[in-house]
Each structure stands twice: as C-alpha cells, then as structure tokens.
Design a protein around this ligand. Structure first.
Ligand code: ADP
Ligand code: ZN
Length: 285
C-alpha cells in the first residue's frame, strides 16, 4: 500500500510517497503555472497506486466542504493560481485515492504533534517565520479550523519602541508578517537574515515581535506547546531572546509550562509539512 503527500508552496512543490514504514520516493518541483506544475506532479505520482494523499497547501485556501471554494487556492498573489481547483484536479486524476486537504502550516503542526517536537501533546501551535509568517493549530489532536483557516501571520502587534519601519505586507503593511518575516530583516538592514551577525540589534526587535505573537497565541489558544520553524529560526540564539521576551511580555499573567519546554524549535526541520501531510492523508476517510 502506498501513501502520497504534497507540501505545496508558492516556490516549490515537495512530493513524497511512503509505504507502511517510511518515505520511499521524494521530489521537489518548481511552482510555475498550474498546468505545468500539475503535469509534473502527475508524472511523479502516476508511478504509484495511492491509497491516500495528504495535501498541505500555501494559501489562503478554501477548507470548508460546504462551500464552493473548497479545495481551491483563493486570493494568492501567485500569478495564475487564484481560484485554481487544486484538490479537484488531483481527485479527478486519482479518483480511487482518499484525500486530506489543509494548509501547509496546519500540516506542519500535525507533523510536529505526531512525530516532532510536540509528540505526546494533545495540542500545539506551529509558527513558521520564513518568507511569510503563518501558524497551524492542532487541538485535541485535530486540526483547528472554522469556516476558514486561521491567518495568525496577519494579526497586529504593538510596535517596538523607535521602530518606524513601514512593513512589507501588501495588505496591511505593519501586521506581524509585515514587521517580522524574513524579508523585513533584509528591508530594515540591507542584509539577508542568514548573513546578519548574531550581535546585531535587529534580533532584539525580532524577538520582541515574535515573543508578543506567542503571548497572543497563548492567550487565545492556550496550547500544550508552541513549535517554531522556518528559515529565520535557523538562528539558535534567537530562541533564547524569544523566551525572554515571552516571559517579560506575558508578565506572569497566564501560567504556562517552563518557557524552554513550552516554546521549542521544530523537531522535523523542513520536514514537518510533508510528514504531517502524509499522516493526515492516512487518516482521511
Ligand atoms: P519559505 O518561507 O519561502 O518556505 P524559508 O522558511 O527558508 O522559506 O524562509 C526564507 C526566509 O528566511 C528568507 O527571508 C531568508 O532570508 C530567511 N532566512 C533563511 N535562513 C536564515 C537564517 N539562517 N537566519 C535568518 N534568516 C534566514
Ligand atoms: Zn498582513
């Protein structure tokens, strides 16, 4: 029996096939037009008869089966993909396969809960800080979503003292993503995050915003654990600063586990999304 998974990103599509035990085949394809990209995806998966497939997609996406938008990519800035019926196109090609469909960050949160840094927990929030900021929420071992999926990256945060940077979000300018995703590090300093020295003062500002976002998440969701991933978290010293900011800004109001246990780095670096998609697929009815 084979199980498929797609971690669908705006830059690349990571595809995997697993048997009962482990991943046996993988590929990473560039995300170009839907026609070209889907043809490449089919070429990879056509070699297998898949019992299930889990898809964790960039968004926003339609996730309510009762709505006409279900399975589609919605208001993405990615050209050609707006309103693309991603799930429908896959189902048409593989009619005998059972599908799971959610956001990339929800899939990653699920992967971290089942096999990563939040194993043994019943709930977790996974926050990625990369080109954008996004969060997936798992509560009682199930993905949390309403009529739509959460968009934590676009929530608002109070400003760091003296920060007058306008923000990179095309919709809101200075939402969390606009002030604290990878591109804002480069926009503020002229240096890409990966090349910034550890002692640069920007990391205090960065930790201020992420710490604050984690306070907001804690106050709203009260998860068992928060897992941080994404390119910007490849800075190990940043996690300590985030712990300090979280403690300071929470100001003793809400009790959480010890901060180093509560806010942790991802356990499946760059793999949470594909593993989570695979596992969600296996649970699909
Ligand atoms: P994506 O979000 O596109 O999937 P990543 O999670 O790798 O990809 O995030 C890319 C962003 O993270 C870029 O803005 C990049 O400059 C930044 N980044 C990558 N590596 C590091 C690093 N070691 N330290 C800080 N920022 C980094
Ligand atoms: Zn925004």
């Amino acid at each position: 029996m084979f199980y498929g998974a797609i971690e669908a990103g705006g830059t690349k599509m990571n595809c995997a096939v697993a048997d009962e035990r482990s991943i046996i085949d993988e590929c990473s394809l560039p995300t170009t037009t839907p026609e070209e990209t889907m043809a490449a995806i089919f070429a990879f998966f056509d070699k297998y008869t898949l019992a299930t497939m889990g898809v964790g997609s960039f968004g926003p996406i339609g996730i309510d089966p009762q709505q006409e938008t279900y399975g589609k990519i919605l208001a993405t800035p990615k050209k050609g993909w707006q309103q693309f019926d991603f799930l429908g196109t896959l189902k048409k090609r593989y009619p005998a396969t059972r599908f799971a469909w959610t956001t990339d960050v929800n899939a990653a949160a699920f992967g971290e809960l089942k096999q990563g840094a939040a194993q043994g927990m019943r709930s977790c929030v996974y926050l990625t800080i990369g080109t954008g900021i996004g969060a997936g929420i798992v509560i009682n071992e199930e993905i949390f979503q309403g009529a739509g999926h959460p968009e934590v990256g676009h929530t608002f945060v109070k400003r760091y003292p003296q920060d007058d940077y306008v923000g990179t979000c095309p919709y809101h300018k200075d939402c969390l993503e606009g002030l604290a995703a990878g591109p804002s590090l480069e926009a503020r300093t002229g240096i890409k995050g990966q090349h910034l020295p550890k002692d640069h003062e920007i990391w205090d500002l960065q930790a201020f915003y992420i710490g604050q976002a984690l306070v907001n998440i804690t106050l709203t969701v009260a998860p068992d654990r928060i897992v941080l991933g994404g390119g910007v978290m490849n800075q190990p010293h940043l996690l300590t600063k985030i712990h300090d900011q979280f403690t300071e800004q929470m100001a003793g109001y809400m009790e959480t586990p010890a901060v180093t246990e509560y806010i942790v780095a991802w356990g499946l670096p760059n793999k949470s999304g594909i593993i989570g998609s695979l596992l969600l697929g296996k649970e699909a009815q």
